[in-house]
Design a protein around this ligand. Structure first.
Ligand code: CTP
Ligand code: MG
Length: 230
């Protein structure tokens, strides 16, 4: 797609935090700049946004990669991020213009299908303040606690029917995302977590296995296989 610049008056702005270092991935370059079958993860992530949304895009990267990113993806706004994901998102919000609907989407989920973007946006358009994609949990989950010696001890089995593994893009009304991030020391692994702490109701639409996050070398191997086969 050719994303609209962020001063375009677009209804939807997609903020892509891509300023992490990718410690768990262990590649020599930050995760968003790792090669995924001939193109970087961040290029594929931006390309995957459905053009039908008419969205503007803000990409948040490590400060020393701002210029390189502007060359790689000239049609988006690029800003420098912070030490924590939430700080990078706040840098993105500051550059997001006046869009009425803000999506926050991890660069580390470059294969997210168009349907997930459109369902999140549609749910916000229809009046929800905060919307996340989620998938059922397939493993049996146990809560554990330290034992006096030896292996951890199981304290209980969690009812997985009540659980969803949450993905991105996470969608918000502008007001809800600004409220979620109003405390500029707030840190969370996702933006809906900050919204919940403010008492904002968060709703869930169906996620997708292709919206998986690349965290470990194993994840990268799976995503490379998927891209290679398509
Ligand atoms: N992110 C960011 N700024 C940070 C940390 C993370 O923009 N200071 C972004 C990452 O680039 C990624 C998303 O937030 O797109 C999700 O974070 P994660 O998967 O944890 O990526 P990293 O922090 O890069 O990986 P790690 O935790 O293994 O170092
Ligand atoms: Mg991280």
């Amino acid at each position: 797609m050719t994303p609209t610049p962020d001063d375009s008056g677009a209804e939807v702005c997609i903020i892509i935090p891509a300023a992490g270092s990718g410690t768990r991935l262990g590649e020599p370059v930050p995760k968003a700049f790792v090669d995924l079958c001939g193109r970087t993860i961040i290029e594929r992530c931006v390309d995957n946004i459905p053009a039908s949304l008419g969205a503007s895009v803000v990409v948040v990267v490590p400060a020393d990669l701002v210029d390189r990113t502007r060359e790689l993806i000239p049609h988006v706004t690029v800003v420098a991020g912070g030490d924590h994901r939430s700080e990078s998102v706040r840098a993105g919000i500051a550059a997001a213009g006046d869009a009425r609907i803000l999506l926050v989407h991890d660069a580390a989920r470059p294969l997210t299908p168009a349907r997930v973007f459109t369902e999140v946006v549609d749910a916000v358009r229809s009046g929800r303040s905060a919307v996340v994609p989620g998938v059922p949990v397939v493993d049996t989950l146990k809560q554990v606690e330290p034992a006096s010696d030896g292996p951890l001890r199981v304290s209980r089995t969690v009812d997985r029917e009540e659980l969803r593994a949450v993905q991105t893009p996470q969608g918000f009304t502008r007001d809800a995302l600004l409220r979620a991030h109003a405390d500029d020391t707030g840190l969370a692994t996702d933006d809906a977590g900050l919204a919940e702490r403010c008492g904002i109701e968060v709703h869930v639409v169906p996620g997708d296995p292709l919206a998986m996050k690349i965290t470990t070398p194993w994840d990268l191997r799976i995503v490379r296989d998927v891209v290679g086969e398509s």
